[in-house]
Design a protein around this ligand. Sequence first.
Ligand SMILES: Cc1ncc(COP(=O)(O)O)c(C=O)c1O
Length: 444
Amino acid sequence: MLQAALPMTHHWLPFTANRSFHKDPRVMVKADGMVFTTNTGQQVLDGVSSLWCVAAGHNRKPINEAIKKQLDTLDYATAFQIGNDQAFMAAQRIAQLAPGDLNRVLFCNSGSEAADTAMKLALAYHRARGEGHRTVFIGRERAYHGVGFGGMSVGGIPANRKVFGAAMMSRVDHLRMPHDAAQHAYINGVEPVYGEDFLAELEQRILPLHDASNIAAIMVEPVQGSAGWYVPPQGYLKRLRALCDKHGILLVFDEVITGFGRMGTNFGADYYGVVPDMLNFAKAVTNGVIPLGGVICRDFLYDALMNANAPEHAIEFLHGYTYSGHPVACAAAIATLDLFAEEKLFERAAQMGKLLGDAMHAGLKGLPNVVGIRCLGLAGAVELAPIAGSPGKRAFDIFRDCFAHGILVRSAGDNLVLCPPYIVTAAQIEQLVGTLADSIKRYA
Ligand SMILES: Cc1ncc(COP(=O)(O)O)c(C=O)c1O
């Protein structure tokens, strides 16, 4: 349907500059493989897996067929006090992919719900074992854990705190973002080694301030995705794991972006060789085709809540969503995981990640306003110097210009991010980087 005929008044677009959008709409009507078609007939290459979701590319028939079949078999069944076969099978498949004894899956529908689920489980776990005073959560500056009040509170997005801060949870604190723009502006496939110890403040300031015995959990993204692909220094997550163990603090990895192959491994946890106590996922688990999220937790969390002293009819964890483990979403997840395995897509992500990193460094370094490029796994961000007084505007303008020239990129502050589907070809990487380079030059 063409723009003129589209009823555009009523849909308030999420996380979108609505006034700008209405002057210059970008409306998709079709997608196949790596390419969208817009309502004006334009072809647009998906350089961001539609926000880290469509890892296997668009319009994958095995996933579509699984959804159609499931709709005709069991469309829906309530999730409370009743199970469905697809949810059990999807949970098993997801747990098998996860490292260590991350064996129990609590389903939800999104990354935001996963953050809140993990936080509630942390509180319930500590309470169940007589440590109900552990109620403080630690996150990181500029971390994104979605839009719920739990995730926003432990998250560290300044704009969220500006508008919603007064209503956020009070017992939270934040680590600094481990980023050293002076020494490590350019990262290409290798974990940076920093002189500075970014976790010293945890041991020396944050834990003593709150008293470590009051801290429920620390939640981090292995690589900070939404902020603009900020990569932790070598050894950082292992040391964080050791500090959590030392002080009885739960470690939660938010792998909504890094999960399911983005790093070339099953999860970011595998890439970094660290097993968290809980692992949040969403997005790519269904190839983005249908909403599904969840938290995978270690056996001891489940065991602690299955209290043998409570009556057997008691609900052990008072949490869940109407659509937790929706059979259609779970059928889509099983088909997606099959496709990942059949086409060896995580290995492909690792290979194409190297090409992307090299292409971004060769094609973008030295261009006007480029102050950093960070690539790891199949993702990379190019950081631009902000326009004085208008942070984010340069990247936003370039995002729009890139769209007009046939590629979808993501602007995050003054970063532009590329994170294509794992099926991306070398020629498509060249197209993405070349188009982005031309646009950066146009907006110099
Ligand atoms: C790390 C992380 N956590 C949570 C979320 C929120 O996920 P959702 O938008 O599905 O609620 C996102 C979204 O990008 C994310 O990147």
